[in-house]
Design a protein around this ligand. Sequence first.
Ligand code: ATP
Length: 208
Amino acid sequence: MQKLAIFGGTFDPVHWGHLLIAKMALTQLHLEQIIWIPSKNPPHKQAALFEHRVAMLDIATKNNPAFTVSLIERECSGTSYSINTLIDLSAFYPNTHWYWIIGLDAFQTLPRWYRGYELAQMCDWLIAPRQVGGETIAQTESICNQVEKKFREKSHTINWQLLHTPLVRVSSSIIRELCRQGCSIDDLVPKSVGLYIATHNLYTHNSE
Ligand code: ATP
């Protein structure tokens, strides 16, 4: 059975935090592929054009043969739900053990996702520590245990493990804010992504 991971997100834009987590997951779990899935219409966010987000992901991932960017959500006309994406991918990649890469902040919200309890059991969850409030990496595990408890209380199981990544304090929102203020984002995104953002004048008041 092959081992594949999904890495879903808005990627608005993709940044070094995403890339570091993905690389660590590849090595730690000996994964064959990571399938990056930019969400077309994220239920909870307003995002830049899908085409721009995909273009930046393509640029950022093109040098790693184990990274694939999936456009599976492109045809989705309404809200895109993760469970539907995983069901569709499972039909496309049979004989697969699925993992889902996710930051701690997003993992905490999993019980509230559309059919989150079902989705939780369809793959193993790889959690990247992330600053949520003031907690340290040591507290990450106890937060994950609390999430697991919510699933067990409803008689559902969930398999998760922590990725051995340091806390990386970069976020797409910080990058967008820095762009709005006209500040440098050089250390937060790959050079080629920074160039794309500048060329297309993204995240400024006059954005496309
Ligand atoms: P925004 O700031 O707009 O909310 P984001 O930086 O969280 O964006 P997303 O594309 O929404 O980026 O994130 C995709 C996934 O990557 C989510 O599971 C998120 O928790 C995780 N993630 C993003 N940045 C980090 C980071 N620095 N450390 C750990 N996980 C992260």
